[in-house]
Design a protein around this ligand. Structure first.
Ligand code: E4P
Length: 217
């Protein structure tokens, strides 16, 4: 299972990358705005900075909502760097844009997916990644993991190559459950990844080993 970090914060991306387990980055307009990035030139420059840190796919979301806007923007984004993945919202125009990009060999990430039907359409259109939003479904008392499991079954039934990118992942149990279900990728902030490190028996065991190692010197 691949680990992507879901942030546009360069320091956090560097910290995650230094762990040696990072496979890519996802961003969205809210995450970019949070870093104060605005204007086409700055946006493009920021994506290039991310690509220079991480040796993996970097999702860059189109801001336009019509087919024409998405195509223009997506082609510009894809031309920035070979590892840029054009992130396109799950709409009628978005699906048409994904088909267009797929035929041109441009990688895509279909975002804001909340149902199996939407995921099926994204795969039919040739999306490289589909992003079901796990945490946001849980937020409204709907079982986000069940959706990921349904998409896994559907994709396996027909050998769709679209990768399931579990998004809106909020904590370490989300990551573990996604791994059990067979999600291809999880994307989340740094904290849930770091919390996978933690176990109280590891801490107490290490304390004891450190104490005993002093007796060996
Ligand atoms: C996915 O690509 C989105 O950027 C992200 O995972 C959304 O997460 P959130 O629901 O925590 O905002």
């Amino acid at each position: 299972m691949k680990f992507f970090i879901d942030t546009a914060n360069l320091a956090m991306i560097e910290e995650a990358n230094a762990l040696g387990v990072l496979d890519g980055v996802t961003t969205n307009p809210s995450l970019m705005a949070k870093e104060g990035i605005s204007g086409k030139q700055n946006i493009h420059h920021h994506y290039l900075e991310i690509c220079n840190i991480v040796d993996g796919d970097v999702s860059a979301e189109v801001l336009g909502i019509t087919f024409e806007e998405m195509i223009k923007e997506g082609e510009e984004l894809a031309a920035l760097h070979p590892r840029i993945v054009v992130k396109v919202p799950m709409t009628k125009d978005g699906i048409k844009a994904i088909r267009y990009f797929s035929e041109k060999g441009i990688k895509t990430n279909c975002t804001l997916v909340f149902s199996s039907g939407q995921a099926l359409l994204a795969a039919k259109a040739g999306a490289t990644y589909v992003s079901p939003f796990l945490g946001r479904l849980d937020d409204i008392s709907t079982d986000g993991l069940h959706l990921i499991s349904e998409i896994r079954t559907i994709y396996d039934n027909y050998a769709f190559q679209t990768q399931i990118l579990a998004a809106s992942v909020r904590h370490s149990m989300h990551i573990i459950n996604c791994a059990k279900i067979g999600a291809d990728v999880v994307t989340c902030p740094l904290a849930p990844i770091l919390s996978l490190l933690k176990h109280p028996l590891t801490d107490s065991g290490l304390d004891q080993f450190i104490k005993d190692s002093k007796k060996m010197k």
